[in-house]
Design a protein around this ligand. Structure first.
Ligand code: NOJ
Ligand code: NOJ
Ligand code: CA
Length: 739
């Protein structure tokens, strides 16, 4: 009996090996991204403690006893899930078709519970770290973490960690912001306060941590970055020790073989520092990075979010879109017109639109099914997330309709912590499971979803028909959110070639088929339906769809993805419009190329981008794709301009100062606020400062500009300021405004 079981397992493993082996040989993903490039991924988000208990021996560890609630009645204590549990469920995730798992923070969290008005709370969620170089004992150890990466790889799944770059743990309770460096105590918040001094430029009272109280004005850029997020001990990343600690900790996970990093609360971290972090990471390993920037489309700081994503080499989670999706599909307070506007907005604002990370449910918002009782609407919104421009995230349990509708202390039904129930069923036959699986397959089969632009084909209050197109590849999606009435639409244009198309979902969400004649079709969309029609073309040349990462410096490994590159290596060309460089190619397959960024590249005046082009062995050249070029190893520099009063740089309300200069990192003298560094911060008018990511050991000339958000700057008069950046640490330069 036992040996038969083992034989069966061996047979399955063998089959798996063959499957993975062949897919590698034909699809040819790059060595950097063995599960395919990030834009083709389907990410599955896991709260480790609430997924699966794969090892009961770590439930109540000696290091931190009493934080485990076996009755699962206190939603803010540990419930037993761990890394072994994820490993045990890899076959299930493989079956679902996911290619990446984003796991909650694995760092050692505080060892005690905090007594609050809502009861005892522990760091089961992982966002109260105390030692970034140690794995939380409730979840496993470095060896279980390594095992997870290796086992996941066998199932064609890559691991994304959640890095808490903004803070450690609560400053006023528990372990009071205690921080450890691989087991050695460094400081805690009260101790650190004794050594804190006011920085003359940033005006932050800080040492390892910032000591400026909690954020109260959420629209003030200085407060948002230099004050505590809630009560969480806010890191001062401009302290050289903190800078090194966060970067070196990250290197440990890169070495373990992670494929991505989700950065927590990036809205609250200096963007200039984050860019140096991204540069540090990419010089070690090519991984996909995306940040959590909490924002809606209408907030002023949405502008900053866009700029961050376009300039830091780090993508963002599409939180603005999620908010619209809830209003359209759960509450009916918005229509498909609003959804269409949202799609138009983000796809035009974000330079690498297909790298935005889309979701409907997460550990921070109530699950959709706590907000709406309509399973049909849930299926519709899942289908939208899986097909819209961007990379889809499925929150654990969505495929099982997991939700718990208790009301939290903020009056939210199903809000934190009730959006984090224990996973209890593992049914692979639910409609949601089949839907995700089918669309995950389509994302792999038809590159229109990973790389295509979007066109609105039809929109009304209840119906949205949008088309994704990448060269000849087309995916057309039609959603009728009206649960009672069919809607007839006629003479809708499409890029699908003439012919008959059946629903790719096979009627799973009530979809129907269409006949395209003369580039148009008419159809009656059933109530509550989603139809997906698709066409896969044979590449007629090298089609470039993605570049990863979007930013880098000489020596870094970069991946180009698409199709039709041919099996014989050709060339990767980098051009600034005047000169062209040929990059060293280290990997070449029909769909994926790896190259090394050459040195000596220069970007055009007013720009920090170059264009990357694939030239096939037969000479055929591809479309170009934008790449942000860094002129060297990046370090953070604090730039200050003093005494602006009475000069050209004196502002009126609504105006800000910006920094421009002679290196690509300072936009090569662009006066456009979309390119120049800023907006600068002004904690002590008439002085302004900004933290910029610039090359180390470099002579830089610079000037300041004055402009409202989105405008073009008025130049500071006089001659350029100059500064030579240090070779390490944090640079600072302070100048007086030219008259
Ligand atoms: C955002 C995380 O997603 C959330 O769960 C956490 O509470 C805060 N950042 C603070 O870490
Ligand atoms: C509890 C939340 O569940 C968690 O995500 C967050 O980090 C903390 N509150 C913030 O203190
Ligand atoms: Ca356990």
């Amino acid at each position: 009996m036992r040996s038969r079981k083992i034989a069966a397992i061996l047979a399955i493993l063998l089959l798996l090996g063959v499957l993975i082996g062949t897919s590698q040989a034909t699809a040819g993903p790059s060595p950097s991204y063995p599960t395919g490039d990030p834009q083709t991924w389907v990410i599955y988000q896991i709260v480790i403690d609430r997924f699966y208990d794969g090892n009961t021996s770590n439930n109540n560890p000696a290091k931190s006893p009493g934080l485990y609630d076996p009755t699962k009645t206190n939603w803010r204590l540990y419930w037993g899930g761990d890394i072994d549990g994820i490993i045990a469920k890899l076959p299930y995730l493989y079956e679902l078709g996911v290619t990446a798992i984003w796991i909650s923070p694995v760092f050692d969290n505080i060892d005690v519970a905090i007594n609050t008005s809502s009861g005892l709370q522990a760091g089961y969620h992982g966002y109260w770290p105390k030692d970034f170089k140690v794995i939380e004992e409730h979840f496993g150890s470095w060896s279980t973490f390594y095992k997870l990466i290796q086992e996941a790889r066998k199932y064609n799944i890559t691991v994304i960690i959640d890095f808490v770059v903004n803070h450690s743990n609560p400053s006023d309770a528990g372990e009071y912001g205690a921080l450890y460096d691989n087991g050695t105590f460094v400081t805690d918040y009260p101790t650190d306060a004794k050594y804190a001094t006011v920085d003359p430029i940033t005006r932050s009272l800080s040492n390892i941590y910032n000591h400026n109280g909690g954020i109260t004005n959420w629209n003030d850029r200085w407060e948002v970055r230099y004050k505590n997020l809630f009560n969480l001990a806010d890191f001062n990343q401009l302290n050289p020790w903190v800078d090194r600690y966060l970067k070196e900790s990250t290197a440990l996970y890169l070495k373990a073989g992670i494929g991505g990093i989700r950065l927590d609360a990036v809205k609250h971290v200096e963007p200039g520092w984050l860019k140096t972090y991204a540069d540090y990471v990419y010089a070690i390993k090519n991984v996909f990075m995306f940040g959590e920037w909490y924002q809606s489309f209408n907030d002023e700081m949405y502008w900053d979010m866009v700029k961050f994503a376009n300039d830091s080499g780090i993508s963002v989670i599409n939180i603005p879109l999620q908010q619209v999706l809830v209003d359209v599909f759960a509450y009916d307070t918005k229509t498909m017109y609003d959804l269409d506007n949202a799609v138009k907005k983000y796809t035009s604002n974000f330079m690498w639109q297909n790298k935005l990370v889309n979701f409907i449910d997460s550990h921070d918002v109530p699950r959709f099914l706590s907000l709406s009782k309509s399973i049909t609407r849930f299926h519709q919104v899942l289908a939208f997330v899986m097909t819209a421009p961007g990379i889809p995230v499925i929150y654990y349990g969505d495929e099982q309709y997991l939700h718990y509708d208790a009301t939290n202390e903020f009056g939210q039904v199903g809000g934190d912590p009730y959006n984090r129930p224990m996973m209890t069923s593992w049914d692979t036959t639910t409609t949601a499971f089949k839907l995700i699986k089918a669309l995950a397959q389509l994302r792999r089969a038809n590159t229109a979803l990973a790389y295509g632009l979007v066109t609105t084909r039809y929109v009304s209050s209840d119906v949205y028909i949008f088309e994704r197109k990448f060269f000849g590849n087309v995916v057309l999606v039609a959603i009728n959110r009206n649960l009672n009435s069919p809607v007839a639409v006629s003479n809708v244009y499409t890029s699908l070639p003439d012919g008959v198309y059946s629903d790719y979902l096979g009627g799973l969400i009530n979809g129907t088929s269409i006949k395209v004649v003369g580039g148009k079709f008419s159809v009656t969309l059933p109530p509550g339906s989603v139809s997906v029609w698709q066409y896969k073309a044979v590449p007629s040349g090298p089609w470039v769809g993605a570049i990863d990462p979007t930013m880098g410096r000489a020596g870094n490994v970069v991946v180009i993805s698409g199709e039709g590159f041919g099996s014989q290596p050709g060339q990767v060309l980098i051009t600034n419009g005047q000169s062209t460089w040929s990059a060293t190619v280290t990997y070449w397959s029909d769909k994926s190329i790896e190259f090394i960024v050459p040195s000596g590249v220069t970007t055009p005046l007013n720009d920090n981008h170059v264009t990357v082009i694939v030239k096939r062995a037969d000479g055929a050249t591809s479309n170009g794709i934008a790449f942000q070029y860094l002129s060297g190893r990046q370090i953070p520099v604090i730039f200050e301009v003093q005494n602006t009063k009475g000069t050209t740089l004196e502002t009126v309300p609504g105006e800000f100062l910006w920094l421009t200069g002679s290196v690509p990192e300072l936009s090569n003298w662009s006066p456009a606020t979309t390119r120049a560094v800023g907006p600068m911060l002004c904690p002590a008018w008439p002085n302004w400062f900004v933290v910029a990511s610039v090359p180390a050991n470099t002579y830089i000339e610079f000037k300041f500009l004055k402009a409202p958000l989105g405008g073009t700057g008025v130049w500071e008069p006089g001659s350029n300021h100059a500064y030579t950046t240090p070779s390490d640490g944090i640079g600072r330069v302070s100048v007086t405004a030219n008259g």
